[in-house]
Design a protein around this ligand. Structure first.
Ligand SMILES: C[S@@+](CC[C@H](N)C(=O)[O-])C[C@H]1O[C@@H](n2cnc3c(N)ncnc32)[C@H](O)[C@@H]1O
Length: 357
């Protein structure tokens, strides 16, 4: 399959026509949405700690309920101790009341839990936001976002779709012009690989990647993440990307989802804007989590594994040349299995006859 990155620079490849096609394709919409949801999961936005005054009334109600139940239990126990002397089957008139109290307590506990689990509304940078598909997922999840893209046509679609985030026409290879520490995270869905190709002599991919990563590191607040779903073409590209990211201060590694599936397999470069080494999350479907130093090795091995699998497939599907000895032997075998009367094989079977005069 040909790579669009090799055809034209992104601002030309994603022209009006391509942008419209992209925005209408339901398969693309589904895949990009799924990949954004996964990136959001990997982004691991911290929970917003609830304010004390929001928790206090619920906690108070729970304590009140618990103390009431406790008092009732003690008085009931005292009652049963006295009654047990007379020993009769207890058919408590309080049972219904007890159940409704339990339910009330459970509901209160659930309310408390959901308050605690409330997700923080974060400010996310969407790199190569395109037609705003990823931005829509961010909005649905309660986040604010700014999207940048090099293609005017793609941004036009994002505007027509009435997506909520701010959209800026920008080449990320030239660096990001945002304030220091302003974003709580960044995502890039299928855009990073574009930086690995140059369209002019003056465009040096490694230089562009380094400029991009160092400006990204600056505008992310500390201890946040940047998730890049991307399609690397070769181990060299991965090495170039990870070297540029490390040089800019990022730590992290690669998450590989569904490594055994050709279609579902996805790469997510997971970067941490902190100097402390953190564990890279595990990939889905028996997926891998590779630290930066293992990434290239993995991709090289993966490439050879693919080559080996392709060779095996070729071997399995191999067919002898028509009218060759092997072709005839196979055919005879097939006919024997079908119960036909077939002459026995000999050293002359399939032998080429001499031309006669
Ligand atoms: C495959 S589209 C993905 C769009 C969007 N993230 C989505 O999930 O639908 C790749 C996008 O990356 C953008 N892109 C490529 N190179 C870029 C660059 N150097 N700076 C900014 N955007 C770029 C393209 O214009 C295109 O809109």
């Amino acid at each position: 399959m040909s790579r669009p990155e090799k055809e034209n620079p992104p601002e030309i490849y994603y022209n009006n026509e391509e942008a419209k096609k992209y925005a209408r394709n339901t398969r693309i919409i589904k895949i990009q949405t799924k990949m954004t949801e996964r990136s959001l999961q990997l982004l691991n936005i911290p929970e917003d700690p609830p304010e004390n005054d929001e928790l206090a009334p619920v906690l108070e109600k729970i304590e009140d309920k618990l103390s009431k139940i406790e008092t009732k239990n003690t008085s009931e126990n005292e009652g049963t101790e006295l009654e047990s002397e007379g020993s009769y089957e207890s058919d408590s008139p309080f049972e219904d009341e007890q159940n409704s109290e339990d339910e009330e307590l459970l509901a209160l506990e659930q309310e408390l839990e959901s308050l605690k689990n409330r997700r923080k509304s974060s400010f996310i940078l969407d790199l190569g936001c395109g037609s705003g598909l990823s931005g829509q997922v961010l909005t649905q999840n309660g986040h604010k976002w700014v999207g940048i893209d090099i293609s005017e046509s793609m941004l036009d679609i994002a505007v027509q779709r009435n997506t909520i985030g701010d959209k800026i026409l920008l080449d990320m290879g030239q660096g990001l012009p945002f304030r220091t520490g302003v974003f709580d995270g960044a995502i890039a869905i299928s855009s990073l690989q574009w930086l690995c190709y140059s369209n002019k002599k003056t465009e040096i991919p490694f230089k562009r990647l380094s400029t991009f990563f160092s400006s990204l590191y600056k505008c992310l607040s500390r201890d946040t993440r940047a998730i890049f779903q991307f399609y690397p073409e070769s181990p060299d590209q991965i090495e170039m990307i990870t070297t540029a990211a490390t040089k800019s201060g990022f730590t992290g590694g690669l998450v590989v989802d569904y490594p055994e599936s050709t279609r579902a397999k996805k790469f997510f470069l997971t970067l941490f804007s902190s100097t402390t080494i953190k564990q890279v999350p595990k990939g889905l479907g028996g997926g891998e989590n590779l630290s930066q130093k293992d990434v290239v090795q993995y991709v090289v091995e993966d490439k050879y594994k693919k080559k080996y699998q392709n060779n095996q497939r070729k071997k399995r599907n191999w067919k002898p040349r028509k009218k060759s000895r092997q072709w005839i032997l196979r055919k005879k075998e097939r006919q024997r299995k079908q119960g036909h009367k077939v002459r026995p094989d000999s050293k002359f079977t399939g032998r080429k006859r001499k031309d006669r005069w």
